[in-house]
Design a protein around this ligand. Structure first.
Ligand SMILES: C[S@@+](CC[C@H](N)C(=O)[O-])C[C@H]1O[C@@H](n2cnc3c(N)ncnc32)[C@H](O)[C@@H]1O
Length: 127
């Protein structure tokens, strides 16, 4: 379920105003990583500020933002040269391949969402 902070359009309008780039310590750090990758998936992209900035300063590769909150994505979609996906990382089931006839003895792995605390979601380089 999407938190009201991210689903209420009136609150979302305030998000980038109350959390401006300049007052945050994380975005410059992530921007450097994004710029060094050819293709990036930003999980929990929110209003898309990180990918917007990457495109503005010349990232020419594939940029993709994923978020379950439509109100956040509505702001992100003000740029159409980036892919925006309405999706929820919690809905991604762990997948595992094994050869026919063999038993998988590994313990069940946690879902990606369980493996990563929400605060550590962010941009991933895509293959
Ligand atoms: C605090 S905001 C951060 C937005 C953006 N990454 C930023 O740094 O400004 C957290 C975002 O994660 C999204 N989110 C929450 N649960 C999620 C999930 N299960 N899968 C993907 N995104 C999720 C929320 O909708 C929200 O937009």
């Amino acid at each position: 379920m999407v938190d009201r902070l991210f689903s209420d359009a009136a609150l979302v309008e305030l998000y980038d105003v109350l959390c401006p780039w300049e007052q945050r310590g994380d975005l410059d750090f992530y921007l450097e990583l994004v710029m060094s990758a050819k293709a990036v998936l930003d999980v929990g992209c929110g209003t898309g500020a990180l990918l917007h900035r990457a495109r503005e300063i010349g990232h020419a590769g594939r940029l993709c933002g994923l978020d379950p909150a439509n109100a956040m994505l509505d702001v992100a979609r003000t740029r159409s040269d980036i892919e925006w996906i309405h999706g929820d990382l919690d809905a991604v089931a762990p997948t595992r391949r094994r050869r026919r006839g063999t038993r998988d003895r590994r313990p069940p792995s946690p879902t990606p969402a369980a493996a990563l605390p929400a605060s550590s979601w962010g941009p991933f380089a895509l293959p």
